[in-house]
Design a protein around this ligand. Sequence first.
Ligand code: 13P
Length: 250
Amino acid sequence: MRTKIVAGNWKMNKLPSDAAALIGEIRAATNDGDCGVEVVVCVPYTAITAAAAALEGSKIGLGAQNMHWKDSGAYTGEISAGMLKDLGVKYVILGHSERRQYFAETDETVNLKLKAALAAGLTPIVCVGETLEERETGKMEEVIIRQVSEDLAGCQADFSKIVIAYEPVWAIGTGKTATSTQAQEVHALIRATLAKMNPEQADLVRIQYGGSMKPENAADLMAKPDIDGGLIGGAALVADSFAAIVAAGK
Ligand code: 13P
């Protein structure tokens, strides 16, 4: 049985003091993350220190939204896995579609980052998902299989430590959610692709859904056999909404 995992992706929102306040509210609203669901908040780099302090003694996990694959060196503006670990970060989102779209992230760089995150002992949340155009031109399956195969290549032995987020790009921040049937179809495809790579560990991988997930649709989505949680954008910035989604995963 896979433990469900619900993570907030705060994106480029919240100053450190706001982050601490929101974490206080989330702690109160989720029984401090002690609720049968793994709860994670992925905050901006600049809020990590404040968030770590605000999470002291909590079961809620702290995550970042990106990292570089090198340990150190002349990479101006970049942050390494070791730097994140040192601040108490346990999870890291990799390959979010916004990074692929606006910051030239590729399957190759996601794969390098994944290997570095695993080597550092971080739990990676690897995002995959098709655009509207890809879905409408019948390329969804091809895109998902390519992303899963290339992003996770060479990491077969560590599948049980990896979380995948299926985020259809057309559902992110648009209010359009994939139906639970549409999402389950892709989650099953992701698991079948993982099973071809490592049959022993494919069933251990948690696959989150992300894209306009909210309290109203979360229970229906997470009731599906291959939907093991959610990666939440907008609704994660409001403690009560985030807590209601967490509760829907119980
Ligand atoms: P929304 O929940 O705002 O659609 O964002 C989803 C997302 O991108 C989470 O990573």
